[in-house]
Structures are given as structure tokens and as C-alpha cells.
Design a protein around this ligand. Structure first.
Ligand code: FAD
Length: 330
């Protein structure tokens, strides 16, 4: 799918996974982790609570499509067992992916400037990049021999805090996604959250309602991002198409991420960004009706998880930032 070296993704069909591989990672020796790039902590734990998807295929969910029904190529992943955190994925391979994302998708014009719409794409990616770095810093393998995990505030400073524009881009991406979620409030509230686990489903519905109709949010931040200002002018539609193509390239690049857990979270969050773009730019209306907007089940999952990741990042920066900056800048 892509021209980068080191890009081959070693996908194993589920039938080929050794039994221990399907169990939680604890106790696996490094030798068991064939078909992986990088460190053991980069592998995905495929253990699932089998209650969670009970009844899933029978349910005719209006926002799922055939490609989302169970098939041999699909695996379910429990995200709670696979937190986004340090995986050891680094070096030329990881750097090349980021370089490709920035260089191929956010080109500057001859004057060295991005137009506003392209700046939006750049800021979204940079904000996501900051968020990924923040999650690495907040859940880092401090001592490999003793499997000790904790915060790496030096890394937080080096990769994010000392570059104020990266912090600004994180806030921008957060507000952008928040705006998409609030714009699609009615749709998200009416969507069918049906996994077969009634208790969990009711809790999910109630949490979604609290999120999308949060009165405090509506007072504090009524319009987190004003999408109406974009794609105006003569070249608007053409520019929009071009940026859509660039965003699709970014999505395709995610398949080249060589660490399985990074790929999982990379794909999920880029799908979340794509969903936010779809909500904000596929229809002009402020109040989306269910006819105007059709989301796949995975798009809603990705959107909600992306908002969670970004808000956790904002919270971490907000809580730790002033302290870390004081220490580091002494
Ligand atoms: P990198 O983060 O690789 O950055 C490369 C260059 O990009 C920097 O030198 C800088 O010039 C520029 N840059 C950095 N941050 C920004 C920003 N916010 N905005 C604009 N430019 C910036 N590793 C994990 O441990 N866990 C993960 O879950 C994980 N997920 C990943 C997901 C994806 C999609 C990718 C491509 C990589 C992921 N990685 C993950 C690897 C991680 O992002 C880093 O690449 C790695 O830790 C090496 O970091 P680095 O210091 O070399 O700089």
C-alpha cells in the first residue's frame, strides 16, 4: 500500500496465532512474539470478554454496513486491555511514517505558507501527534527489568511542552473533535448502542447523553470550532477534494505502522479524525438529522475514543505542564 521501506505489515490470520498469543501478554516470552516489529509491549492482547458481542450479528443496526459484520478477516480488540502507551516503537521506521504524513500531506505552497484549510489538516495531525507523545509520556516503561511503568515527564517536556505550537495544536484538535461530537449530538444520542450486554448498553447511552448535551459545555464553549469559515471562495470545492485525498493518504499510511499496538491506535484515531471531518464538512446544516448523516458503527467508536484520548492528553498537560516547565526551565 505504500512505497516506504520497512513497510511490510506482517498480518497473521487469527487461526495462525499460537494459543498463548490470544491470552493476556503476561508470561509470554519474547520468542512467542513472532510476526511483530519492536518490543513485546507493542503486541495486541486479543483476549475478549465474549459477553460483549453476544447478539451482535443478529442485530440490524442502522449505522452498520455489511463490511462490519463478522468475517474471517475481522478481529475484535478490547481497547481497555490495550491502552495507548509506550511500546518501544521508535527509530527510522517510526520517524519515516511521521515524515511521510507531514511531507506528503501538508505541502507548503511556494511562498512557504499553508492556506488556511491546509493548516487545519496540519494542525489536526500535529495535535494527534502531540497526544500520542503525551500518552507515551504518561504511561512509560521506566524499568524494563522490573516491568515498572510510570510517568516520564522529561519526555513530556522534550516532545511536547517545549514546543508551544504542539500544545496549541493539541488544543485545536481537541476542540475540532469536540465540535464534531456536539454537532452530531442528536445522531449520537439516537444511535443504537447494542452489544448484547444490556447493563453496559444503558450506561453507554446515558454517558453519551451526558457528553453531547452537557449544559456546562454549551455555556463555556458554545462553538469550539467554526467550520463554516472553511471551503469558501471559488476554489473551495476543489480544495476540499484535494484535502480529502490527502486525508485518505494519511489513513493508508497508518497501515504501514510497524508496531501492532501503535497501528491499532493510529488507525482508530485517524478514523476518528476522518469521522469528525465527515460530520463537519459533509453537510452544512448546524443541526444534523439522521437522514443527512450516516455513520458506521466503527466510526462512532473511533470518534468517541479519539475524544477520550485527546481530552486525557489535555488534562495531563493541564495538570503537569506548569510543574514540568518550572523544573525544566530552571
Ligand atoms: P517522533 O515523535 O517520531 O517525531 C518525529 C519528528 O516529528 C520530530 O523530530 C519532530 O520534528 C516532529 N514532531 C514531533 N511531534 C510533533 C508535533 N506534535 N507536531 C509537529 N511535528 C512534530 N510509540 C509508542 O511508544 N506508543 C504508541 O502508541 C505509538 N503510536 C504511534 C502511532 C503512529 C501512527 C506512529 C507513526 C508512531 C507511533 N509511535 C508510538 C512512535 C512514536 O510516535 C515516536 O515516533 C517514537 O516514540 C520516536 O519518537 P521521536 O522522539 O523520534 O520523535
Amino acid at each position: 500500500m505504500c512505497v516506504l521501506r520497512d513497510c511490510s505489515v506482517c498480518e497473521c490470520p487469527e487461526s495462525e496465532f499460537p494459543e498463548p498469543f490470544k491470552k493476556p501478554f503476561h508470561g509470554l516470552s519474547a520468542d512467542d512474539l513472532t510476526c511483530q516489529e519492536g518490543k513485546p509491549q507493542a503486541t495486541v492482547d486479543r483476549t475478549l470478554d465474549n459477553k460483549v458481542f453476544r447478539g451482535w450479528i443478529e442485530v440490524d443496526n442502522p449505522w452498520t454496513y455489511d463490511d462490519e459484520t463478522d468475517n474471517a478477516e475481522m478481529t475484535y480488540v478490547n481497547l481497555q486491555l490495550n491502552p495507548e502507551r509506550y511500546t518501544g516503537y521508535a527509530g527510522p521506521s517510526a520517524r519515516r511514517i511521521w515524515e511521510a504524513i507531514y511531507a506528503e500531506n501538508c505541502p507548503k505552497d511556494p511562498s512557504g505558507e499553508f492556506c488556511q484549510e491546509k493548516r487545519v489538516l496540519y494542525k489536526l495531525i500535529s495535535g494527534l501527534h502531540s497526544s500520542i507523545s503525551i500518552h507515551i509520556a504518561s504511561d512509560y516503561l521506566l524499568d524494563e527489568a522490573n516491568n515498572l511503568w510510570g510517568e516520564n515527564l522529561g519526555l513530556l517536556y522534550d516532545r511536547v511542552l517545549r514546543h508551544p505550537e504542539r500544545v496549541r495544536n493539541l488544543y485545536f484538535t481537541f476542540l475540532f473533535v469536540l465540535r464534531a461530537v456536539t454537532k452530531a449530538a442528536d445522531y449520537l444520542e439516537q444511535a443504537e448502542y447494542n452489544t448484547g450486554n444490556m447493563e453496559e448498553d444503558l450506561k453507554t447511552q446515558s454517558l453519551v447523553r451526558q457528553l453531547v448535551y452537557n449544559p456546562q459545555l454549551q455555556i463555556a464553549c458554545p462553538l469550539p470550532f467554526d467550520e463554516a469559515k472553511l471551503w469558501q471562495g471559488e476554489s473551495g470545492p476543489e480544495l476540499k477534494q484535494q484535502i480529502q485525498q490527502q486525508f485518505r493518504n494519511i489513513s493508508a499510511l497508518m497501515d504501514c505502522v510497524g508496531c501492532e499496538k501503535c497501528r491499532l491506535w493510529g488507525k482508530l484515531q485517524v478514523l476518528g479524525l476522518g469521522t469528525a471531518l465527515k460530520i463537519l464538512f459533509s453537510v452544512d446544516n448546524d443541526n444534523l438529522t439522521n437522514q443527512q448523516l450516516q455513520l458506521h458503527r466503527n466510526e462512532v467508536i473511533a470518534l468517541a475514543n479519539l475524544l477520550n484520548r485527546l481530552s486525557e492528553s489535555v488534562k495531563f498537560v493541564h495538570e503537569k505542564g506548569p510543574y514540568v516547565e518550572r523544573i525544566m526551565e530552571k
